[in-house]
Design a protein around this ligand. Structure first.
Ligand code: THU
Length: 163
């Protein structure tokens, strides 16, 4: 047996103004969307904003339901809207933010496993790394590519036994 290691590289900013304006604008859109999420059951409001290759910004937020499995996360609300309305347009970046009853989260929010899976397939369809921006009040993380967040993953090529 051999021991192996996976290293993840990412950038961290302490303030929004440290980010290139294009990403700062995306985070602002995600924050705006979190405020209008429909999350009466969890009290956890999530916003997502996508930057498409043509400069279009597509946004989403979590949409809950009394029959809980019928709701959807913010990321997938935005990603599926982009897939439905801009099927041929690559997605370059996604910003994600969240707040609870106490206000915006201090630490960056992590996407759930199902959203990571959809982000991975979006990246595959886009044929370029997806920049993932995880927003928190005290720390904003920028990650290049979904594989860093989901290193052992299942993607379209996995269906054919390929890497
Ligand atoms: N949620 C998201 O919108 N995105 C995630 O990645 C994690 C969780 C939502 C789902 C649910 O409405 C609420 O947050 C609490 O789980």
């Amino acid at each position: 047996m051999v021991g192996r290691e996976i290293t993840i590289a990412y950038q961290e900013a302490r303030h929004l103004d440290e980010l290139p304006e294009v990403y700062a604008g995306l985070v602002r859109e995600a924050r705006r969307m979190a405020l209008q999420a429909y999350a009466p059951y969890s009290g956890f409001w999530v916003g997502a904003a996508l930057l498409l290759d043509d400069g279009t910004c597509v946004t989403g937020n979590n949409q809950e339901n009394a029959a809980s499995p019928s709701g959807l996360c913010a990321e997938r609300t935005a990603l599926f809207y982009a897939g439905a309305n801009y099927p041929g347009t690559p997605v370059r970046a996604i910003a994600i933010t969240a707040r609870n009853a106490a206000g915006p989260l201090r630490m960056p929010v992590n996407p759930c496993g199902s959203c990571l899976q959809v982000m991975l397939e979006t990246e595959e369809r886009s044929k370029r790394p997806l920049k993932v921006i995880l927003d928190g009040q005290d720390s904003i993380l920028l990650i290049d590519g979904v594989e860093s967040l989901l290193p052992f993953n299942f993607k379209p090529s996995s269906l054919y036994g390929e890497k």
